[in-house]
Structures are given as C-alpha cells and as structure tokens.
Design a protein around this ligand. Structure first.
Ligand code: NAP
Length: 292
C-alpha cells in the first residue's frame, strides 16, 4: 500500500468547495515527443504513465493539471484510463485557447467556436459531464503574458459556466490588468503563470492574489523542458541533503501560502523525489543564497 503523504497542507479555491493539497502534479510531460514536436503523441510507455498517475492519487495528490492540447488529446485519455471513475476529492484543472499544428506548434484558438469545441474535447477525453476548473490560457503571445483584452473569450467561458459545463474559471499567461478585466466578468479561482526560482516577474502579483485568496499556480516550477541549474541551488541542496529540484519546489511552497505546485514529470522516480519536497524546510539563512 502506498503511504499518503503530507503534501504541504491544503488550499481551498475561493468561493468553491474544492480543497486541494498544495503539492499537485502537472500532466504535460506524460505525452510523448516526435523529433522536435514536444508534448506530441503517446508516451513510450503508456502503462508507466498510468502507474504514475495512480501512484500520485494513492499518495494523496488531488490536483492534476492538464489540457486537451497535450498530445493532443492523449494526456487526457491516459488520465481517464488511469483514474476514471475519479475519486471525489480529485480536482482536474484543464486549459483552453490553443490548438496544435501538424508541425507541433501551439496555435491560438480563442474564438467562440474553438473555445466551445475545446471544452467539449476536454469533457469527452476526460470522460466528465462537467470540468472542475478551466483556465483561459492567453495566446495573445505564446511565450509570455502580453497586454490586450480577454473580454471576448472570457465571456464565452462564462457562458459555458452558466450552461453547467465548467464549474470554475482560472486564467493563465496573463497580466494583472487582464485578471482585473476577467474578474469583472466571472469569479477567478486561480492564475497559472510562469514562475520559479529564476523567473520572478510575478512577485507583486502573487501577493495581490494572496490577499484575495486566489491560488497562484506556477507553470515550469522546475524550469520546464530544461530544468533549473545553478551553483547556489546545488549548494543549498547539498546543505539540506536534498536534490536541487526538491529545493526549487520547497522554495515555491514556502514563498506564499496561495502557491500550489504542479511539477511535471514522466518518471516515477522523479515524481517520488518531487513529493518529498513538501516536507523540506529551507532555513531562512539559506534563502538569500537562492535569491542571488
Ligand atoms: N499554462 C501554461 O501555459 C503551461 C505551460 C507549461 C506547463 N504547464 C503546466 O505546468 C506543469 C509543470 O510544467 P512542466 O512539466 O512543463 O515543467 P517543470 O515541472 O518545471 O519541469 C518538468 C521537467 O523537469 C524534469 N523533472 C521533473 N522532476 C524532476 C526531478 N526530480 N529531477 C530531475 N528532473 C525532473 C522533467 O523531466 P522527467 O520527465 O524526465 O522527469 C521535465 O523535463 C505541466 O505539466 C503543465 O501541466 C502550463
């Protein structure tokens, strides 16, 4: 039997009955790779992916981040195969507003028709009647938040919410003014932007969201496709008898109580290692070394 871990305490998404452990799991790395096409096609070992997801849930992970454009479709289909019928406390957070080109590219798909189709794709491939949380992922720029109105796609998501297909709405790859604009249309329960030890542009935003009880879910918590590497990170890890990836995650969990982490991995060994970060305390005197 797999031991249920202490997963860094829990957090309730504002205005909802959804409470998740702060250590979650990001499913993007479960899809395969085809040459330069990342997050594309099936993984080399589907059974290993299924085993990882089952171990995650058995360990107490109840927050899984995904999208139907991972694979595309494949990651959601693996999640369904591994975990459906889903445990009552499992919160699956998905995202919409992109589609994949045949060359593996990530193409904006923010029209009414595309957003509606994406919600239905997620429902079908996850085998659900309603999605717990859907993040509107701004594609005004693919790689970083870019100013511009998100009113039209937000209004479509709010309609899908009113129709009962979406329980709660989050945002991704957004600026503070886009968050304010979206909150005038519907309640926002979480924000998912790029943030980690080396990418800290959202420091002020995290504090603002914390004041309003909104979750901040950093994507690329370990640095993404090229995991973080630095001598100070390695030095702190050595002092603590931990790995650099564990320190990177523990730092995020210590950074603010509204941060929920969703490290991604296709490896069960890395998954187990990452879970242990929930118990790692970084003493205050070592934090300046990480800040440097
Ligand atoms: N909203 C957005 O635009 C957006 C963008 C990107 C990602 N996301 C979400 O955020 C989640 C997390 O991001 P991510 O998976 O891209 O990046 P990440 O969590 O920062 O890092 C994943 C990378 O780190 C490696 N890794 C994981 N644990 C490790 C360990 N203990 N030791 C060494 N290497 C380790 C993984 O390789 P192995 O597979 O070999 O472990 C993979 O290459 C995704 O799964 C996805 O759900 C959202």
């Amino acid at each position: 039997m797999i031991e249920q871990k202490n997963l860094a305490g829990s957090f309730t998404l504002p205005g909802t009955s959804l409470t998740v452990n702060r250590m979650g799991y990001g499913a993007m790395q479960l899809a395969g790779r085809d040459g330069n096409k990342l997050v594309w096609g099936p993984p080399r070992d589907v059974d290993a992916a299924i085993a990882l997801l089952r171990e995650a849930v058995a360990s107490g992970v109840n927050h899984i981040d995904t999208s139907d454009y991972y694979g595309p479709h494949i990651t959601n289909q693996i999640i369904r195969k591994a975990l459906s019928p889903y445990p009552d406390d499992l919160v699956i957070v998905t995202k919409v507003s992109a589609r994949r080109g045949e060359d593996g590219s990530w193409i904006p798909a923010m029209s009414r028709e595309e957003l509606t189709a994406a919600v239905h794709d997620n429902l079908r491939n996850l085998g659900l009647d309603v999605l717990d949380v859907v993040n509107l992922r701004s594609m005004l720029s693919v790689h970083a938040p870019a100013e511009g109105s998100l009113e039209a796609p937000m209004a479509v998501l709010a309609e899908l919410q009113q129709k009962g297909l979406v329980r709660h709405i989050g945002l991704s790859n957004v600026t503070p003014s886009q968050i304010a604009e979206a909150r005038r249309i519907a309640p926002i329960v979480c924000v998912q932007n790029q943030y980690n030890l080396a990418q800290r542009a959202d420091d002020a935003l995290i504090a603002d969201l914390a004041r309003d009880g909104i979750a901040y879910v950093p994507f690329f918590p370990l640095g993404g496709f090229s995991p973080l590497q630095s001598s100070s990170l390695s030095r702190v890890a050595e002092r603590l008898g931990a790995t650099p990836m564990q320190v990177a995650l523990a730092w995020l969990l210590q950074r603010s109580p509204n941060i929920l982490v969703i490290p991604g991995t296709s490896s069960i060994e890395h998954f187990r290692e990452n879970l242990e970060a929930a118990r790692l305390q970084i003493p205050a005197e070592l934090v300046p070394d990480l800040d440097s």
